[in-house]
Structures are given as C-alpha cells and as structure tokens.
Design a protein. Structure first.
Length: 131
C-alpha cells in the first residue's frame, strides 16, 4: 500500500500550535468540529495530540485557559506517529488505538494524517472486491 494515496496532507489538517493557549485550541477545535487534533511545534514537528476531553478536564481544573499553553495540558493518551515509510500492518495496529495516525518524515515533521475511517474504507473495499 502506498501510504501517500491515503494520507490527508498537513495542509488539509487542522493542527494546533504547541504554544497556543488552551482557549485558542478550544476555538480551533470547535471551528473545525474535531474532537482531537495534532499538536505541532514551531518547526512543524509532531509533538502529540490534544483531545476535547483533555481540554475539558483542564478547564474544569479551574486553571487560566488564556495563560496556559497547549503543550502544558496533561493528556490521557499518547497518540503515536508513524514514519512515512511505515508498513500497512504498523498503520493498522496504531489506528486500532487512536482515531487518526499522524505521519511524520525522518525529522519528525508532520506530513499529514491517515484516519481510521480511511483505513476501514480501504480494507472494506478490498474485502468487498474479493467477495
């Protein structure tokens, strides 16, 4: 499988800057309608994923959402990234535990994501075609 065929390129992915405030992250996620988004640093390297649950728990803690950076918000789960040369097996394995798989180059720069929906669609298409 050529990963590039299934990759949603970074230009089409809503990402949050690691230095953004919690409020800014909430606003970006609300605007895009997402429940989880990749977090990138100043060099566009993938540093993690923030979820609306992570942000909600932080808001409920009573901390100042206008002063706290996204990278300082505790997260419940670590979303693994895969290298652009990852095998299909690796991508499917990672997607079993997260809604999307961040894809990075050799420097850790986010190239895009592969969604679980895309993986299931491709797999279903293969199964349906062989039936």
């Amino acid at each position: 499988m050529n990963l590039a065929l299934y990759l949603t390129p970074k230009a089409s992915v809503t990402c949050v800057d690691a230095d953004a405030t919690v409020r800014e992250a909430i606003e970006q996620m609300e605007e895009g309608g997402y429940t989880a988004v990749p977090v990138v640093d100043r060099d566009a390297c993938y540093v993690g994923t923030i979820t609306e649950g992570d942000l909600l728990r932080y808001v409920l803690s009573g901390e100042d959402i206008d002063q706290t950076r996204v990278m300082d918000v505790p997260t419940r789960a670590e979303n693994r990234a895969v290298p652009v040369i990852a095998t299909v097996d690796t991508i499917v394995e990672v997607a079993m535990d997260q809604n999307f798989v961040p894809v990075v180059d050799s420097r850790g720069v986010l190239m895009g994501i592969v969604t679980r929906r895309t993986i299931l669609t491709v797999c279903y298409g293969r199964v349906g075609a062989s039936s």
